[in-house]
Design a protein around this ligand. Structure first.
Ligand SMILES: NC(=O)c1ccc[n+]([C@@H]2O[C@H](COP(=O)([O-])OP(=O)(O)OC[C@H]3O[C@@H](n4cnc5c(N)ncnc54)[C@H](O)[C@@H]3O)[C@@H](O)[C@H]2O)c1
Length: 357
């Protein structure tokens, strides 16, 4: 199987590429892509972000989306006035512009975190003219060296053809029939425009290549990338999944899982406070067991990823809604209220301690 994957395949040469959204995530993505030899452009509604990308890493500013082979979307997906609430209007406005300007057959990769169903909405908005994949990011600012741009990621396409293009771009491989996928031969048409019916049809029977490497328990990229076809790709190890919804859900559920772990730590902390137990000691004691890892609750669950993504997951179903996550959100509110009370007490104490002038 690996021999098949390592063959040079000619059908999707990528030259010109644009990263849309040059914030915390988009900037390192653009830098990485440029370092891998692609002609890299950037676009952001914030002029400062564009200027910073240009001055720091030589990312060329673009105002029009025509003429790009790949468009990587890294725009924010939360409400501008409330980072805990999901919102994809900004992303959809970018897609409208892409729909008007981008060339037929280009690849759009959505790396932003998005609610289930968004990738197919994007594909519809583009009139099925472009290939759409979702390759959600796991970038972590505090450990960029090990959890940066090049780490094992999930990829799903709105159709088999889209996934072929995306996988080929990221790690240089293609799906193969040994893995029960319908094989896309290198000389077969891969352009949505040349074969609209094949590109618009989402093949749910696809069973994708779950490679030996992607199954690796270590989840480190180094051993994997050596086997990938770096010459025509970004050299990022990808784990392809059979539907784009699985890719969308994987990202938001992995963050919901993290949310749950922190909420449990918050609850234990509150339990300890009301029962006269030392939380640090209890935590240390619990973590001596091989399969237990109690986190620190710190300042509560913040940032623009965990709360927003957890809400995306809760809202992803009209029928069964996660009860455990709704309870976790209540616990986080209680914990924050407790912390706010403590802070207020400290503030008053320090105010009372001040010498009278
Ligand atoms: N930062 C992380 O650690 C991280 C990790 C994984 C996933 N993500 C996801 O990546 C996405 C981006 O996150 P971020 O941290 O980079 O956010 P950010 O706020 O730092 O950057 C987003 C950028 O997108 C730009 N933007 C917003 N709307 C736009 C539009 N309509 N057109 C062009 N540009 C637009 C903003 O000006 C900003 O520069 C989010 O979906 C987030 O959940 C972030």
């Amino acid at each position: 199987m690996l021999e098949y994957f390592s063959k040079e395949l000619e059908f999707f040469p990528v030259q010109k590429l644009i990263v849309v959204g040059l914030g915390q995530l988009g900037l390192p993505v653009a830098k990485y892509v440029k370092e891998h030899g692609f002609d890299t452009y950037g676009y952001d509604i914030n002029q400062k972000a564009m200027q910073s990308a240009e001055s720091k890493y030589g990312i060329k500013p673009a105002t029009n989306f025509g003429d790009f082979d790949v468009l990587i979307i890294c725009v924010s997906t939360h409400r501008p006035d409330d980072m805990f609430s999901p919102q994809v209007e900004g992303l959809m406005s970018v897609v409208e512009k892409i729909s008007r300007e981008a060339k037929t057959g280009a690849l759009i990769s959505i790396e932003s975190t998005i609610p289930k169903g968004t990738s197919k909405r994007v594909f519809e908005k583009l009139d099925h003219r472009l290939h759409v994949v979702h390759a959600p990011h796991r970038w972590y600012a505090l450990e960029e060296d090990i959890h940066g741009v090049n780490q094992l990621r999930i990829i799903g396409g709105v159709s088999r053809c889209c996934l072929q293009h995306g996988l080929n771009f990221y790690d240089g491989r293609l799906l193969d029939k040994e893995d029960k996928a319908v094989t896309m031969m290198p000389n077969a048409s891969s352009s949505p425009s040349s074969s609209p019916s094949s590109s618009t049809m989402v093949d749910n029977s696809l069973s994708v290549a779950t490679t030996l490497e992607a199954k690796s328990k270590t989840k480190t990229s180094s051993s994997i990338t050596t086997k990938l076809n770096k010459k025509r790709s970004l050299g990022i190890p990808m784990h392809p999944v059979s539907s784009v919804e699985v890719a969308e859900l994987t990202k938001i559920i992995e963050n919901a899982h993290r949310y749950l772990q922190i909420a449990f730590a918050e609850e234990l902390y509150l339990y300890c406070k009301s029962n006269g137990i030392s939380f640090p000691e209890l935590r240390e004691s619990l973590n001596t067991k091989w399969n237990v890892e109690i986190l620190e609750p710190r300042d509560g669950i913040g940032g623009h990823c965990l709360p927003k993504d957890t809400k995306m997951f809760i809202n992803s179903s009209n029928t069964i809604k996660s009860k455990i996550l709704q309870a976790a959100m209540e616990i986080d509110e209680d914990y924050r209220a407790y912390r706010a009370q403590l802070d207020e007490k400290k503030r008053l104490c320090s105010f009372n301690d001040k010498p009278i002038a």
